[in-house]
Ligand binder design. Structure first.
Ligand SMILES: [Zn+2]
Length: 237
């Protein structure tokens, strides 16, 4: 598998883990439907998913940089395969939220970008790249809800959070993500794949109908919030 496919799919695993761990808690979702057949696909963060999501995140932080830097590091590749499955068990029940909701228009409205090493004859923003580009902006924003969960994520990313005040957790986490992505040479924000400030209204329009995931965000997110998030995602580092 080309290194860039490892990178993109690994970033997807990472976002699956972080989004499912910070999704709205299962008991705060809207009232359960009368008929079980109308149950939503995703339940929100819950104690069982938490275990899988946190473990997957630890594995990604340790092994994704190794996979990207050394294509012959099969042990790290093996651990990433396992991490993908672990995160899948976590988010397959809890669900994901804003990075994924924003990723669909990022990939769908792409008019310029073809990611390196993907042997396709059309433009392509790989799914994992499109979810990662908004992550520093998203987790800075969502940290106002469930800050202790965001603190835990930042710790797994290597931050010393012992002296960090609650109000600063989002900024510290966002910073760790920016460094993590820069180190892996992830494209520097949505501007690096061809989007400009004037494209933001179109990106918002493509995000708002993604109820399946948007409604799992830890806080209600309107057009103006999305505008700020896309603006912040124009460049990452
Ligand atoms: Zn995904």
């Amino acid at each position: 598998m080309p290194t860039q496919v490892h990178l993109a799919s690994g970033l997807d695993v990472m976002c699956h883990a972080m989004e499912s761990y910070t999704a709205i808690p299962f008991h705060l979702r809207s009232a359960p439907p009368n008929n079980p057949i109308e149950r939503p696909a995703y339940q929100g963060s819950n104690p069982i998913s938490d275990v899988w999501s946190l473990k997957a995140l630890e594995m990604v932080v340790e092994h994704l940089p190794r996979v990207v830097k050394d294509p012959s590091d099969y042990e790290a590749q093996k651990q990433m395969l396992l991490a993908a499955t672990f995160a899948g068990i976590g988010f397959g029940n809890a669900g994901v939220h804003l990075c994924h909701a924003m990723s669909y228009p990022i990939s769908g409205l792409n008019a310029l970008y073809r990611h390196p090493q993907y042997q396709v004859d059309h433009l392509l923003v790989p799914h994992g790249i499109s979810v990662a580009l908004s992550a520093p902006a998203v987790f800075n924003y969502t940290s106002q809800m469930y800050p202790e969960r965001h603190r835990r994520v930042a710790e797994i990313l290597g931050a010393d959070m012992s002296q960090v005040k609650q109000a600063d957790i989002g900024a510290v986490l966002s910073d760790r993500l920016r460094h993590f992505f820069q180190d892996l040479k992830v494209p520097n924000g949505i501007s690096a794949i061809g989007f400009g400030y004037n494209d933001i209204p179109g990106l918002i329009k493509g995000t708002l109908p993604q109820h399946r995931v948007l409604k799992l965000a830890p806080l209600t997110t309107e057009s103006e919030d999305l505008h700020k998030l896309f603006e912040d995602a124009l460049t990452i580092y």
